[in-house]
Design a protein around this ligand. Structure first.
Ligand code: HEC
Length: 152
């Protein structure tokens, strides 16, 4: 019995040390993260080029494309827009305007090219992801957002 007590005491002491170290860590707030700016001339010329090629989504509505769109969402959008797409996330709360609810009809009926532009350049508070995402990833995540209920 005594032994168990000593082990428990030891365990709680060592866990305590871990917490002590965590306490010393810097605590970044979402609002203090400086958004990296993409050089304007590079982005502009690239997107013009791209818009000339695709006015609408070049990826077809298939299960495979939706699945990879979901993966892209998990990687680039999930931490702000959330698992239910409503923007109720700890990161989302840090913005003056919460991340838009992606279930809204108004978003799902937006044109492909305006969604592309939004993701590429960012919005007032949402990040410009054009420099981090491939063309394919952007189109697939758009396909996914508009048709997510089709993926079981
Ligand atoms: C760092 C947080 C963050 C990330 C990451 C993020 N968003 Fe957002 N998003 C926001 C915020 C905040 C808004 C609302 C303010 C604004 O539009 O700038 C928003 C708005 C939007 C809108 C609404 C645009 C409109 O026309 O009103 C869409 C669509 C959107 N995001 C899609 C995405 C997609 C798709 C991804 C992933 C590829 C993504 N967002 C990643 C924070 C984020």
């Amino acid at each position: 019995m005594n032994k168990i007590f000593v082990i428990l005491l030891f365990l709680s002491a060592s866990v305590g040390c871990e917490y002590g170290r965590m306490y010393d860590q810097p605590n970044p707030r979402p609002t203090t993260i400086v958004q990296q700016k993409v050089p304007e001339n590079i982005v502009k010329s690239t997107i013009k080029h791209k818009e000339n090629i695709y006015k609408s989504n070049p990826f077809q509505l298939t299960d495979i494309n939706l699945k990879s769109g979901k993966k892209v969402y998990r990687q680039f959008c999930y931490h702000c827009h959330g698992a239910d797409y409503k923007g109720n996330t700890p990161v989302g709360y840090g913005f003056p305007v919460p991340p838009t609810d992606l279930n809204l009809e108004a978003i799902r009926t937006k044109s492909d090219s305006s969604l592309y532009t939004h993701i590429y350049y960012g919005g007032k508070y949402s990040p410009a992801l054009g420099a981090y995402m491939s063309d394919e990833e952007i189109w697939k995540v758009i396909l996914f957002i508009k048709n997510k209920e089709m993926l079981k």
